[in-house]
Design a protein around this ligand. Structure first.
Ligand code: GLY
Length: 561
């Protein structure tokens, strides 16, 4: 980071310190523990440290980080996307759903041609892929309920980074090059983001102006007035569906976090419209039911991978059949995580051979997103995952406002059985309907031990989020890995379909012996098409924290003593 930007951050720290002397707030317990952060880029880590050092809560830091990543992490940090924030504040869990919704004009078959065939990329790239964004409303609501520092101060770092610019990290420049074949033809994309070059300063004056409107007017500075007009104009230019009424009608929703006891921990995670919490709980419980089978197995040994893949098959079959937006369908959440149901699912697992995908039915039946984990000095925690869906979203940039819009419509099931970008299939439960939230895999998770935070984690990666979060928890608790080792370890993934395919982290492959042994059993074992997971983990270790940011990404973790 260059000196000018470091000076800016010192300035923010002083501003925050001055502001918080007068700030009332909910974090009333004595300060007992150091704070800790794990964030997907160094600018975000610097912003979070400044807010926490100045006495902000974990939610204050989360809000400031979310806006700063919208500037410095344009692949996934966003104003034009959505996400989920799981909080543990003052001894209470809460879950804020600020997921995007389908525009009012969306229809079930909008991605099919006259012959009923799926039109390539229509739900993924360009204007028709855009759903109504939720991030700004989400941050505003989180701050209203749990913020301590003034809203205006929390927007200041993002505005400075957009105005003054930031030095482009090499991974951002690489990610841009990877997405260019998909996005270069979208009017405006290169004009706004073509200048992202490794090591050079990148300024975004129109984005700074948008952030100033949000700073001055809160969510209304985005969903009404000039920003809303610019979004609607952009939609009209390209044939998008989002209208002024869609924007002014958008509301985030507080939901009960999914909560379950597991091995004496309380696991808090994402309820629908995410599939993530249900899926991770199913995996954790299945693992314990197979404890005898797992006993003594080495990490990522062939039998270890086989048993895990068998568990994952069943979990993804349930995901495809039962899960979607709870406002539109009835989801048997309690049944899906009930011990007797999981026991029945475990009974069907073949310990030796691969169950054929056709034999696994629902039991009742970049890949870019970004996560941050924050713990403040009062022991409160935020686990936040938000996204534009794939890297740089739909590629549509709001002209005059300088920010990208999501392609979250691809997370709907555009046709039953048709795989989406992540290769996962769905059913009527997740078909497109106006005003509906599309099914997610985002899995912000907090583990509590005796009412205190033990672990805060989450990851990007579409459908691989679930398996990344699950394997990280197990790496810590069953293999005794440190936070750094747990996030760095090789991960693998299986999701029922494609049949018998086990993929692994390309930069950290499975041991070659494991690959060969699995191939002999009939698995196709290959590197995942893209590097999956960028896990951000905070872990309590006696009275201190360990914090780790996945080495696959460009993040930074710190413990703030
Ligand atoms: N857009 C990825 C997810 O929500 O699962």
């Amino acid at each position: 980071m260059n000196q000018r930007i470091v000076r800016l951050f010192l300035l923010f720290s002083m501003l925050f310190a001055a502001a918080c002397q007068h700030a009332p707030g909910p974090a009333t317990q004595p300060q007992t523990v150091p704070a800790a952060i794990a964030i997907a880029d160094a600018y975000g880590a610097q912003v979070a440290s400044a807010v926490l050092d100045a006495g902000g809560t974990a939610v204050d830091a989360a809000v400031a980080v979310a806006f700063s990543l919208a500037v410095t992490y344009p692949e996934a940090g966003n104003l034009g996307g959505g996400g989920f924030m799981l909080t543990w504040m003052d001894g209470q869990g809460a879950f804020l759903d600020y997921r995007e919704v389908a525009p009012a004009a969306a229809t079930r078959d909008m991605y099919l041609d006259a012959q009923g065939q799926v039109v390539d990329n229509l739900s993924l790239t360009g204007y028709k892929a855009v759903a109504v964004p939720g991030t700004v409303a989400g941050m505003s609501e989180a701050h209203r309920r749990y913020g301590r520092l003034p809203w205006k101060e929390l927007l200041a770092p993002a505005i400075e980074l957009a105005d003054q610019g930031f030095v482009v990290p090499s991974l951002l420049a690489v990610n841009l090059q990877e997405e260019l074949p998909r996005l270069a033809a979208i009017p405006g994309f290169l004009h706004y983001f073509g200048g992202l070059r490794n090591g050079e300063i990148f300024r975004q004056p129109e984005l700074a102006a948008t952030l100033r409107r949000i700073q001055a007017e809160g969510a209304a500075g985005f969903y009404q007035g000039e920003t809303a007009s610019l979004i609607v104009d952009e939609m009209r230019r390209g044939g998008g569906l989002v209208t002024a009424a869609d924007l002014s009608g958008y509301r985030p929703v507080w939901r009960e976090p999914l909560l379950a006891s597991w091995r004496g921990y309380q696991v808090l995670s994402a309820p629908p419209p995410s599939s993530g919490g249900i899926a991770v709980l199913q995996l954790l419980k299945l693992r314990d039911l197979l404890a005898e089978d797992f006993r003594g197995l080495a990490h990522n040994s062939p039998q270890y991978v086989h048993l895990t893949a068998e568990m994952e098959k069943r979990v993804y079959a349930d995901r495809a059949e039962y899960l979607g937006d709870p406002a539109f369908i009835d989801i048997p959440v309690a049944l899906l995580v009930a011990d007797d149901y999981i026991a029945r699912r475990a009974a069907g697992i073949d310990r030796r051979a691969i169950s054929a995908p056709g034999s696994v039915h629902p039991g009742l039946e970049p890949h870019d997103t970004t996560h941050f984990s924050i713990v403040d000095r009062w022991g409160n925690a935020v686990s936040n995952t938000y996204t534009l869906n794939t890297g740089f979203g739909s590629g549509v940039v709001v002209g005059g406002a300088g920010f990208l819009l999501n392609n979250e419509m691809d997370d709907f099931s555009v046709k039953p059985g048709q795989p989406n970008y992540y290769g996962v299939v769905g059913s009527a439960a997740n078909e497109v309907q106006p005003g509906k939230r599309m099914l997610s895999s985002m899995t912000p998770t907090i583990l509590l031990e005796d009412g205190r935070v033990k672990m805060v984690l989450g990851s990007p990666g579409g459908s691989t989020i679930i398996t990344s979060v699950y394997q990280t928890i197990v790496n810590v608790l069953d293999f005794g890995m440190s936070a750094a080792d747990a996030v760095a370890a090789t991960r693998f993934h299986h999701q029922l379909l494609p049949a018998d395919l086990v993929t692994f982290s390309p930069s950290r492959p499975l041991p070659s012996g494991t690959i060969q042994a699995l191939a002999k059993r009939g698995y196709r074992v290959q590197p995942h098409d893209w590097e999956f997971g960028d896990v951000q983990l905070i872990l309590r270790d006696a009275e201190d924290w360990q914090a780790a940011s996945d080495p696959r990404g460009r993040g930074e973790a710190r413990v703030l003593h």
